[in-house]
Write a new protein. Structure first.
Lengths: 525, 232
């Protein structure tokens, strides 16, 4: 334990020292903290607006939170993916003479911090927003950051060290929990759609006794209800059952033998985690840790492109080998988002009489939302062969990103056609919006390259993203203002073509500037 | 001593190691050889306690998964992985605490000096090159003061001076009674070190030699004689 404490302490101190030497990291931390406070404050305001600012409101909130978070944690521990292990663990910790149970308990420190922070947030909001008595929130806090952590640890150790649990049983359990969560989400959605969102309807739903009868998670809800609302027969029984369950769990896991069998999954997790981080940094869309190795199709392809065009040909070949060609998770995401937007905003868009502008707004918003997603092309910049190809830099940039433009057009078509059809937008506007979306996505690509050139590694990836978003917002802001002014002064129908022409010209210029990045592997800054 | 008895390991339906048994006595250097995919890494990881397996692995007569066995066992993996926010010196300090090692500050200084790390002690894990990481990994293993030491491709990434130093260290360990097992493809690098060799193919040990039995024959010749391949 002494060694593990030393490891954590020194890592923390060294990271802090590093942060102090890099003011941008500190600024980012301050910004994120301020943003978190703003979000919490915003939730508080929303609760007041919806008249949820009472003990009953907090009960609703806590019940929802417990249901989803408790079961999600259960799910991640059952698949042995709930604790973050690093590759250094496999090298220096798993091989050391330290009890595997202790290694597990210690490695989950991040989970405890998160639980602690959430308990603090709940406690503060309980007193300030929901008007709960201080002593009740103190008890709530103790339950959240002590009893619940003990329960979570026991479940974690049980799943990680249980060598008798078969892979099949874990899978069945996982699907069971996922099914339950999906079903409860559907029930909640249908219920509130019928009854409307109000404290009365929410309380009526979450007072449903069956929820408190669910083993462990329901009993956990009972103990919170006991603290917040006072005793009832049901929550008293639930609370006792929860306390007994936690005590039994602790006893069981204390007695369980563990010789470190879980190190096999933990070491694999550490490798997968590094892989996932790498993919994320490359701007790829990652939905889970430890994605299965992809199977590729066999393709017979004549590969006769020369110069920079070879980059495009190679990408095309790679996509042909993919199971779904250029269709990706992003395509599905676009489709789902389009369906949600088309459904939820239909009334406002159609009633306004100018649904095309709503569509344009959604498209612009999408370009900002998906700012982290970059696609396959960025890998090109890490490949030294790109820089060795004897061709002009701007050609390399064009051919390296051409496929991304095709993909952006495809995603844009899916979104714009679906929403346009649902809202009755004229096909002329739909086509123009698709083109604007494609150009905006290209603009985002080139702006990112430019941000890399300008700030390099000086501000890190987050700094690059902030610079990029700021630059993009300024340039697009000018364009939108220009389009609106021309639209109002000359003809409103000109807003679309002016936006399209302006973004196109700006994007081409940006592309030419950004092509410098394709000239040499070394970054400018 | 290191004893492997009937060791088997499967990944799903694929049998990677099939009932492998071998023994490296106290104060001897064992070499584990074999082509890619023969199962060497699986054996190494099993000994290091990073995999589940069937069979028995003993370190000085104690089951390898016992904490008592781990306390006298050191491991140098093929790909070293440092803690990013720990300095070189802190890695060694961690090892000292984790193993309750009796190594003194002077001995640590000596090890670091031998591997030219004395001026890199304050460098963080994420500031090290692959070769330096390998050196730190070796120093950490030595800081354990082990009775059994396992090295997986230890020469990869090392500069010629470090390779020379490592060879000397292995011989010193052998002379002080430590059991060493090295898995490698670089036959010429371990030519002067080995006492016993094991050749693996398709998850099984296909043969073994004692140095005392083979006379003047070099490792290369012995390996290709057993695997049926041709010398380069």
């Amino acid at each position: 334990m002494k060694a593990l404490m030393y490891l954590t302490k020194r890592s923390f101190v060294n990271n802090l020292k590093k942060a102090l030497h890099k003011p941008i990291t500190l600024l980012l931390m301050i910004f994120l903290t301020a943003y978190a406070i703003f979000v919490v404050f915003g939730i508080g305001m929303l609760m007041k607006e919806l008249h949820f600012d009472s003990v009953q409101g907090l009960v609703v909130f806590v019940t929802l939170w417990t249901l989803y978070i408790f079961l999600s944690n259960f799910l991640s521990y059952s698949s042995r993916k709930g604790v973050i292990f690093r590759q250094g663990h496999a090298h220096f910790v798993f091989t050391a003479p330290i009890s595997p149970k202790l290694v597990l308990l210690h490695s989950a420190w991040m989970n405890y911090i998160i639980s602690l922070v959430i308990s603090v947030v709940f406690a503060i909001m309980g007193v300030t927003v929901f008007g709960v008595a201080l002593w009740r929130m103190f008890l709530f806090f103790l339950t959240g950051c002590m009893l619940e952590i003990v329960c979570e640890c026991s479940i974690m150790v049980w799943f990680y060290t249980n060598e008798k649990l078969s892979e099949k049983a874990v899978k069945v359990l996982g699907w069971g929990i996922k099914g339950f969560l999906a079903a409860i989400t559907l029930v909640i959605f249908l219920y509130f759609r019928r009854e409307g969102i109000s404290l009365g309807s929410a309380s009526a739903f979450f007072d449903w006794p069956v929820l408190q009868m669910l083993p462990l998670v329901g009993w956990n809800i009972s103990i919170y209800r006991l603290i917040l609302l006072g005793p009832t027969t049901l929550n008293l029984i639930g609370s006792v059952l929860y306390l007994v369950s936690v005590a039994v769990l602790v006893f069981i896991v204390f007695r369980m033998k563990c010789d470190g069998g879980y190190y096999e999954e933990a070491a694999k997790f550490a490798d997968d985690y590094v892989e996932m981080k790498k993919k994320k940094n490359n701007g790829e869309m990652v939905t889970r840790i430890g994605e299965k190795r992809r199977a590729f199709r066999k393709v017979n392809n004549a590969y006769d492109a020369k110069g920079a065009k070879a980059i495009f040909s190679r990408q095309l070949l790679e996509y042909k080998k993919e199971k779904y060609f250029i269709f990706s998770k992003m395509t599905v995401f676009s489709l789902v988002l389009a369906a949600i937007m088309a459904y939820t905003m239909r009334e406002s868009a159609v009633d306004s009489g100018v649904p095309q502008f709503f569509l344009l707004g959604i498209i612009a918003y999408m370009c900002l939302v998906m700012s982290g997603y970059m696609g396959k092309w960025e890998k090109e910049l890490q490949n030294p062969y790109l820089f060795l190809i004897p061709d002009k830099a701007y050609k390399k940039l064009w051919y390296a990103t051409a496929m991304e433009h095709v993909k952006a057009m495809l995603d844009g078509t899916i979104m714009c056609v679906s929403i346009g059809f649902a809202w009755g937008v004229s096909p002329v506007y739909v086509v123009q919006t698709i083109l604007i979306y494609t150009v905006l996505q290209a603009n985002r690509l080139y702006m990112r390259v430019l941000a890399q050139c300008l700030v390099g590694n000086l501000l890190g990836k987050a700094g690059q993203d902030i610079i990029r978003v700021l630059m993009q917002m300024v340039i697009l802001g000018i364009g939108i203002t220009l389009a609106v002014v021309i639209g109002m002064l000359v003809n409103i129908n000109l807003i679309f073509p002016v936006t399209l022409i302006y973004t196109f010209v700006v994007t081409v210029l940006l592309g030419l500037i950004a092509s410098v990045r394709f000239d040499t592997m070394e970054q400018l800054a | 001593m290191l004893e492997i008895q009937e060791l088997s390991k499967s990944y799903g339906k694929t049998l990677a190691v099939d009932k492998v048994s071998f023994f490296v006595p106290d104060g001897q250097v064992g070499i584990l050889l074999g082509p890619n995919g023969a199962g060497k890494s699986t054996i190494i990881k099993s000994i290091a306690g990073l995999l589940r397996y069937k069979g028995r692995i003993g370190i000085q007569g104690i089951l390898a998964k016992d904490l008592a066995a781990k306390k006298i066992f050191a491991y140098v993996p093929e790909i070293p992985a440092m803690f990013e926010a720990l300095t070189v010196r802190e890695h060694i300090e961690y090892v000292r605490k984790a193993y309750g090692s009796s190594i003194t500050d002077e001995e640590v200084e000596t090890i670091l000096k031998r591997f030219e790390l004395e001026d890199k002690q304050e460098k963080l894990g994420n500031e090290l090159s692959k070769g330096m990481m390998q050196k730190v990994s070796i120093c950490c293993a030595l800081a354990v003061k082990p009775k059994v030491m396992l090295l997986d491709e230890p020469m990869v990434g090392l500069d010629p001076r470090a390779i020379k130093e490592l060879k000397e260290v292995v011989l010193e360990l052998r002379n002080s009674g430590v059991t060493v097992l090295i898995s490698t493809h670089m036959l010429e690098m371990v030519e002067d070190l080995w006492d016993v060799m094991f050749v693996m193919e398709k998850g099984q040990i296909i043969g073994s030699y004692q140095k005392s039995e083979v006379g003047e024959k070099d490792l290369d010749a012995l390996f290709f004689e057993m695997t049926g391949g041709e010398r380069a």
